[in-house]
Ligand binder design. Structure first.
Ligand code: NAD
Length: 301
C-alpha cells in the first residue's frame, strides 16, 4: 500500500482520489514533530502548507513525488529535491483566476473606500456621501511586477476596466504589444497602483524595501497577493500611515500569521487578508484534484 502525506486540509474530491489508492495521513497544521513521525513511510506528499526543508525531507527515504497544491515553491528545498531525483509538480493555472479576481477586488475596494464606508455606516449611521468620494479605475496606471499566469490575468481584467497597464518582468516572453515593459524604478514612479505578482526567489526577496518603496508616487496604492518577503511590510504600513501612499492591501506576509498592531484598526485604507487569494471553492477543488491526479499518475494507479 502506498503512503501519502497531505499537509493542510484539502478539498474532499482530491482526498477521495488519494484514499482510493493509498493510506493517507492528513496533517492539518504540520509541525516538524508531526512530519518527522509520518515522513519515514511516505511515498508521496501532497503539499499544501508548511515548510519542507532538507532536514525534514531527509526523514523520507522512500519519497518519490511532491505534488504541490499551488504554484509557490519557496517552502521547499529545491536543491535537495533535485539531488534526490524526487518529482515535483505544481497545479499551474488552477489558482490564477482566483488570485487575479481578489487583486482587482482589493484595488476597487481601496479606490472606492468600501471598508471605510461600511464601518462608518455601521458604527455611526454615517451618510455624508461627499466624505466618501472615491476614484475610478479607468485611466489609472496599473504597474504589474511579474507577468506570468496571475499577472497576465490581472492585466486582462484591468484592461477591461480601462486601466493603463505597464509591466516590470525581466523574463516574460508573452507581453502583448499594447503593454510596455519598463524598469522597476520607472514602474514605481509612474503607477497609480503597484501590484506584485512575481515569485519569492533570491532576486525578488526584499525587492520592495525602504529604498525602492519611496520611489512610488505620492497617493499611489500597493497590492501584494504574491508572497511576503518580496515587500517590506513595515515600510508599506509606515508609508500609508504617514500619507505617502493612499492605501495598501496585503494578502501575504513575511511571517504568517503576522502580528498586526491593533493601532492600525483605524486605518481603513490598510486592508489585510489572511492569504485568501486562492481560497475559492472552485480553485481549492481544482488544486486538490490536480495534485492528487499527479500522484495517481506517477504510480500508474
Ligand atoms: P508565474 O511563474 O506564472 O509568473 C511569475 C512571473 O514573475 C514570471 O513571468 C517571471 O518572469 C516573473 N519574475 C521573476 N523574477 C522577477 C523579477 N525579479 N521581477 C519581476 N518579475 C519577475 O507565477 P504565477 O502563477 O503568476 O504566480 C506568481 C506568484 O503568486 C507565485 O510565485 C506565488 O508566490 C504567488 N501566489 C500567491 C497566492 C496567494 O494565495 N496569495 C496564490 C497563488 C500564487
Amino acid at each position: 500500500m502506498l503512503n501519502v502525506i497531505v499537509t493542510g486540509k484539502i478539498a474532499e474530491d482530491g482526498l477521495k482520489m488519494l484514499e482510493d489508492i493509498a493510506l493517507v495521513t492528513v496533517i492539518e497544521n504540520p509541525t516538524s514533530s508531526e512530519l518527522v513521525k509520518a515522513l519515514p513511510t511516505a511515498d508521496a506528499i501532497l503539499h499544501k502548507i508548511g515548510k519542507l526543508p532538507a532536514h525534514l525531507l531527509e526523514q523520507a527515504p522512500k519519497l518519490k513525488i511532491i505534488a504541490r497544491h499551488g504554484v509557490g515553491l519557496d517552502d521547499l528545498d529545491l536543491d535537495y529535491i533535485k539531488s534526490k531525483g524526487i518529482k515535483l509538480t505544481t497545479t499551474d493555472n488552477a489558482n490564477s483566476n482566483a488570485v487575479a479576481e481578489l487583486t482587482i477586488g482589493l484595488i476597487i475596494s481601496l479606490n472606492r473606500r468600501i471598508v471605510e464606508a461600511r464601518k462608518k455606516l455601521m458604527t455611526a449611521g454615517f451618510w455624508q456621501r461627499e466624505d466618501l468620494m472615491g476614484r475610478e479605475l479607468a485611466g489609472q496606471t496599473l504597474g504589474l511586477i511579474g507577468f506570468g499566469r496571475i499577472g497576465s490575468r490581472v492585466a486582462e481584467f484591468a484592461e477591461v476596466l480601462r486601466m493603463k497597464v505597464i509591466v516590470h518582468d525581466p523574463f516574460s516572453t508573452n507581453l502583448p504589444p499594447s503593454i510596455p515593459r519598463v524598469a522597476i524604478d520607472e514602474l514605481l514612479a509612474v503607477s497609480d497602483v503597484v501590484s506584485v505578482h512575481c515569485p519569492l526567489i533570491d532576486n525578488t526577496r526584499g525587492m520592495l524595501n525602504s529604498t525602492t518603496l519611496p520611489l512610488m508616487r505620492k497617493g499611489a496604492l500597493l497590492i501584494n497577493t504574491a508572497r511576503g518577503g518580496i515587500v517590506d511590510e513595515a515600510q508599506v504600513i509606515r508609508m500609508v500611515v504617514n500619507g505617502q501612499l493612499a492605501g495598501a492591501a496585503l494578502d501575504v506576509f513575511s511571517v504568517e500569521p503576522p502580528s498586526i498592531s491593533p493601532n492600525l484598526e483605524e486605518h481603513n485604507n490598510l486592508i489585510f487578508t489572511p492569504h485568501i487569494a486562492a481560497m475559492t471553492l472552485q480553485t481549492q477543488n481544482k488544486m486538490a484534484t490536480m495534485a492528487a491526479m499527479e500522484i495517481k499518475n506517477y504510480f500508474g494507479r
